[in-house]
Each structure stands twice: as structure tokens, then as C-alpha cells.
Write a protein that binds this ligand. Sequence first.
Ligand SMILES: [Ca+2]
Ligand SMILES: [Ca+2]
Ligand SMILES: [Ca+2]
Length: 165
Amino acid sequence: MSESPTQQQINVTQLLDTFQLLDKNKDGEISCKEFRSACDKLHIPIDKNRLKEIFQHRRNISFDEFCQIMQQFQCQSDDAYFQETFRAFDKNADGFITAKEIKKTMKQLGEPLTDKQVKDMLKTADTNGDGKLSKEEFRNLFDRLTQFMTIEQCHTDEQPVQHLF
Ligand SMILES: [Ca+2]
Ligand SMILES: [Ca+2]
Ligand SMILES: [Ca+2]
């Protein structure tokens, strides 16, 4: 039986590649300087305080530590992206997303939806049925959407995003 690599293993392989790429002087560790250029390269916005925190107790980071840090960054940027997306949809900033707001935002994003599509989209995510989406409800939709987009990147099926709803 052939073993198919799991997502986890793929990520580790990718991280190892990245790690080796970043470890410019090949001493098996990443220095503060090497790490900073890594973040630049990966387009990870790094905050100076965070960098200081990471390197407060150590001069270099090992591969294990590197994996942990990158995972943390991944989660953080995911959440930041979610908050940003929610804010983009919630036009009047009342903490809820209405059908009207979805329609307006999708149009701005260049993905205009019909009234029916908006209604269906809202209905799928509106678990308490009050006709608008709270942050938690939008989170479900967002996760489904981003999951879908990840799959979309792997396979090249020509399926418009609208098919999700
Ligand atoms: Ca190094
Ligand atoms: Ca709103
Ligand atoms: Ca609701």
C-alpha cells in the first residue's frame, strides 16, 4: 500500500523548505536577521514588538520553534483577515450583516449576486433565523468560503464561487 502524504506532512515539508531557504548561513538555525527577511519574503507583516518577543530569550530559532511560530502567524493572519472581511461587509458597523450589506459588498468586490443568491447565502448561515448574520454566523460562512477557495486552488475545476450558496 502506498502512503499518501497528509496535509500536515506537506506543510512540514513546505516549512522545512522555507526554513532551509531562510537559513542563509546554513547553521541549522534562524537568526533574528534571517527571520526578518523571511517575513518580508513571505509577505508576513511583522510587528517589531513581536519580533523582539520572539528573540527575547534566544538568539536563534530552531526548526521546531520555527514551525510553532509560523503556525501562530497563520492563525493570527487568518483571524485578522476574518475581522477585516466582516468589517468590509458590515457597512453600518452595527455588528450584524444584513442581506442588503451582502449585496452591496459583493457588488463592490466585482461579484454581483442576485436577490435570490443573497437570500440563499444568508439563509445558509443565519442559524438563529433573525434575518441577519452575527459575527459567529458569518464565521461559518467565511470558513466555508475560505475552505472552498483552498480547494479551488488545488483543483482547477471551473466552478464559480456562487455555486457554494
Ligand atoms: Ca542561520
Ligand atoms: Ca450592519
Ligand atoms: Ca442571525
